[in-house]
Design a protein around this ligand. Sequence first.
Ligand SMILES: *Cc1c(COP(=O)(O)O)cnc(C)c1O
Length: 373
Amino acid sequence: MNKLPMVDLKKQYQKLQPEIDAEVLSTIASTQFIGGEKVQTFQTNLEKYLGVKYVIPCANGTDALQIALMALDLEEGAEIIVPAFTYVATAEVIALLKLKPVMVDVDPFTFNVTAGIIQEAITPDTKAIVPVHLFGQTADMESIMELAKQNGIYVIEDNAQAIGSNYIHKDGATKKSGTIGHIGTTSFFPSKNLGCYGDGGAIFTNDDSLAKKLKMIANHGQSRTYYHDVIGCNSRLDAIQAAVLNIKLKYLDEYGDARNAVANAYDKAFKNIQELQIPVRANNSTHVFHQYVIRVKDKRDELMQYLLDNGIACNIYYPVPLYKQKAFSSFYDGDDLIVTEQLCNEVLALPIHTEMDESSLNYIINTVIEFFH
Ligand SMILES: *Cc1c(COP(=O)(O)O)cnc(C)c1O
């Protein structure tokens, strides 16, 4: 077992325990397990926090993406542009709905897709783009929205890793990630920045008619009880999860600060190590450091083993480009994507979470430094 974990949900819970236990127990006592006041309150609180007109809670982040795509009423085979360097869920739902995932490369510095990369992949069949705000910072949404508008295509932001980050427009105006595209989605998986104690997710939009459709699809295509207008699914955030999220949402910005403090300490300690590239901060987004991901040429696997041997958890997000996954190989026949390939060989995520103490942090830093000596 690793002494130092990637995330420490136990310590986080212990700090919130009186508050969380009371809320969860009162939810159970109410027997309002599905829907009801807790879910409604969380929805309203999250709408306020994000500054978005509609939040539609659902069962998980993958469902959120699926429901978002279903709401666009696309024809079979419509092309959806996604990064090849992301979690499988982003592309999986596209294939599941018989749409065509078009996998593109990412920027070597931010690890996110850019308008320039997307532009080259647009064809007359392109109907949507799904930028992923990877590891905690927002993709260049202003340029992506401009490109989408020129081409009449939808943008769905996969915001599972960046909830709470601010996108900064050229004129200085800021917006929360996930609220800029036509639809945004997120996940409340326990280890995400805003995590519940089970599965959970949500969809965001400022568009009245999309909101109506999204709500309907998440609830069996129902316009009113027992009247079903479209084919939908059963995707709900349960009340106990909403109760937990209501409490944790209050701490989300504080949690972001705690993660940034760890990232700043890592940056400072590692910036002069030649063989290691620290994460690059985009100048048009704040970072919420869902992951702190370094790049190491050649020696990545060796470093990983060294850290594990010394009781430090670390992980590779992601080891294989999507198009090289068995399930997705039939969706791609182009050349290897250079940056994605490099990243899969070089990235390593170090522990980063809200409960990191000074001595653990110093131990991790010193162990990394020692490896390169
Ligand atoms: C976690 C994650 C998802 C899926 O969320 P689940 O709640 O696990 O279904 C989707 N996309 C990205 C980028 C993720 O990190």
